[in-house]
Design a protein around this ligand. Sequence first.
Ligand code: ADP
Ligand code: 5GP
Length: 203
Amino acid sequence: MQKGAILVLSGPSGAGKSTMINAASEEIGEYYFSISTTTREPRVGEIDGVDYFFVSKENFEEDIKAGNFLEYAQVHGNYYGTSLKPVRIALEEGKLVIFDIDVQGHRLVRAKMNDITTSAFITPPTLKALEERLRARCTDDESVIIGRIENAKHEIEAVGEYDFMIINDTVEKAVKEFVIVAKAARLKQSREDEAKFIAQWLG
Ligand code: ADP
Ligand code: 5GP
């Protein structure tokens, strides 16, 4: 069976990554959304084990030592990381694995799994629109919003490292583009699958 593939989504917090995944979930076929582990506090409405695995700094650092993360990074003063095991299982099952991770995480995934990785940077049309959306979301206090905006100014510089950029102007248009990218990501072949195919094709 063909191994799965990875779709990395990055973009400033508030860019619309969760909105894209939720709106497109019916159209993109079977996928596994990688639930990250974080040391940040849950936002109102966030559920442990659904949005993130919320853990203490001590627990996170134990997992680092144990080599449990495919990648991890510090973002806005908190740790965020992707556990290796569920990703491996989903890939073995041939699923599209979707990551919502920052630009540092994208670099690490590229370094380890470049052949099966497709990436898209999602952003609102302007910094001003991002600020308005973060305020309208009403999930962060003022100091957190300011930190996220400052971070976004640096993150946008990394847009050229991604295969695709999706400008989330209207949700409808951005979701259409996201579906195209997700379908294309599925078609990526691992080097291993490629070699098997060639051997079969030659007969
Ligand atoms: P992320 O997952 O990237 O942090 P969200 O999906 O939570 O971002 O979106 C941030 C906020 O912006 C949410 O309140 C969402 O409803 C809103 N939003 C998303 N896309 C748009 C859009 N195209 N126009 C206006 N608001 C949007
Ligand atoms: P938020 O606090 O808004 O949920 O996420 C803040 C930032 O952390 C976002 O840019 C998000 O993509 C990133 N992030 C979430 N999970 C991970 C992860 O597992 N690894 C890395 N490197 N970044 C993550």
